[in-house]
Write a protein that binds this ligand. Structure first.
Ligand code: AMP
Ligand code: MG
Length: 401
């Protein structure tokens, strides 16, 4: 390993500095799940588009209880009542239906006594009661979402409500995952002595896919120089991001670094003052980003979260601050510090005596894959002596899922 390890923050800066965002494309909003907006979304109309009833009841003029009103028509969702409403009249109305212009309130049906074609109001009703004014939620012309926002289900709903049918989103980066290791076997395959299942491959592909990348199944490579070279060459030519799991340490069977050098991939850093994840490697060839992540499953997931995930997001135009530290929380337990390396521990949120705290999600060894499942975030523990006491506030970074 190199003598000088760079900090996590320095490594993230080097990664983000190497990213050239991909351009935008226009696609139907219904196909835009998990994509990153490449434009601000401005509402083309009011939401709701018309004054709408918040209740099933009657559109009326406001007034006291005890009035007898003639029911002269109906406004249904999608089929407004088209006519005047005078003082002594009421219009049957459904939730979400347009309130006739001359009505000043809606009285809910629980508050009236219906009697043939008449109702008797059982409660006083004030102007605007049970009416959702046009534009109450979104006013036409306002910006509802900014470029750089990821479109999850809720954001899709907002964009569609704001009137958009097509959206400009960032092109998706292609991501190839290569797993090195003679010991690796496919999921479910029987294991001979010394073998393990390749859990990193499907995990890293899933993480990249959830971040909007175009992925293919992970490729598995023997610890063999020629095979490593052939596979890496193809991947670098095809993809915007190449992620190699394992083989970046200094053992006699670790071929990734020399092969990447031979293929003209320029090393940007190797070795981060991070636990787990020290032997992380990052380089570029042209605009292609190459990550060499340590093979232990937790190291792979943590270094993906800290370095590869921000790059995949930034390629899609996400602002750099989106991938930075997102929150703080108090520790619920003490955590021993590492004198030389910042730790990224998997934590889950818990409630202790009415306050939210974070606690380690099980044993923290870099091989303990189970500490990833059910974790809510990574907590960053600064390097130093001794331990952090319960109650110490620590920085949190999102764990992509
Ligand atoms: P390496 O980074 O190649 O030295 O591997 C470090 C540790 O991670 C070793 O115990 C490997 O067996 C394990 N490992 C490497 N690749 C994978 C993988 N794809 N899935 C699960 N464990 C792995
Ligand atoms: Mg290996």
């Amino acid at each position: 390993m190199p003598d000088k390890l760079i900090t996590v923050a320095e490594a993230r800066e080097l990664v983000l500095g190497a990213v050239t965002p991909l351009g935008p494309e226009r696609i139907p909003v219904v196909d835009a799940l998990d994509r990153v907006l490449a434009e601000d979304i401005v509402a083309t109309g009011d939401v709701p588009p018309f004054a709408a009833s918040a209740m099933d009841g009657y559109a009326v003029q406001h007034g006291p209880a005890g009035r007898t009103l003639a029911v002269v028509g109906e406004s249904r969702a999608g089929t407004p009542y088209d006519g005047p409403v005078s003082d002594g009249e009421a219009i049957r109305i459904s939730t979400g239906a347009a309130v006739p212009e001359q009505a000043s309130a809606v009285i809910k049906q629980e508050d009236v006594r219906a009697n043939g074609t008449q109702i008797v109001t059982g409660a006083p009703i004030a102007p605007g009661d049970n009416i959702r004014p046009a534009g109450e939620v979104i006013t036409a012309g306002t910006t509802v979402l900014r470029a750089g926002t990821t479109l999850h289900a809720a954001e899709l709903a907002v964009v569609i409500a704001a009137g958009a049918g097509q959206v400009a989103v960032a092109r998706r980066p292609s991501v190839r995952v290569l797993c090195t290791g003679d010991e690796l076997r496919d999921p479910g395959d029987p294991l001979r002595p010394g073998e393990i299942h390749n859990s990193n491959g499907p995990m890293l592909v899933a993480l990249a896919a959830h971040l909007g990348a175009v992925t293919t199944p992970a490729e598995q490579l023997a610890d063999d120089r020629a095979a490593t070279r052939t596979a890496l060459q193809t991947a670098i030519e095809d993809a915007a991001v190449v992620i190699v799991s394992g083989g970046v340490s200094v053992g006699p069977h670790d071929h990734v670094k020399p092969v990447l050098g031979a293929l003209g991939v320029k090393e940007r850093f190797w070795g981060v003052a991070l636990q787990p994840g020290k032997p992380t490697w990052f380089g570029t060839r042209g605009a292609t980003l190459v990550f060499g992540l340590p093979g232990n499953p937790v190291s792979s997931a943590v270094t993906f979260a800290l370095f590869a995930a921000p790059a995949i997001a930034a390629l899609q135009g996400a602002p750099p601050d989106q991938s930075a530290v997102q929150a703080e929380a108090a520790l619920g337990t003490s955590v021993k510090r590492n004198p030389r390396r910042e730790q990224a521990i998997r934590v889950r949120l818990e409630s202790r005596e009415g306050t939210s705290v974070v606690v380690p999600n099980g044993p923290q060894g870099s091989h303990v894959v189970t500490s990833l499942s059910g974790a809510d975030a990574l907590a960053l523990i600064p390097r130093g002596d001794g331990q952090l006491e319960p109650g110490t506030r620590v920085k949190l970074v999102a764990l992509p899922r």
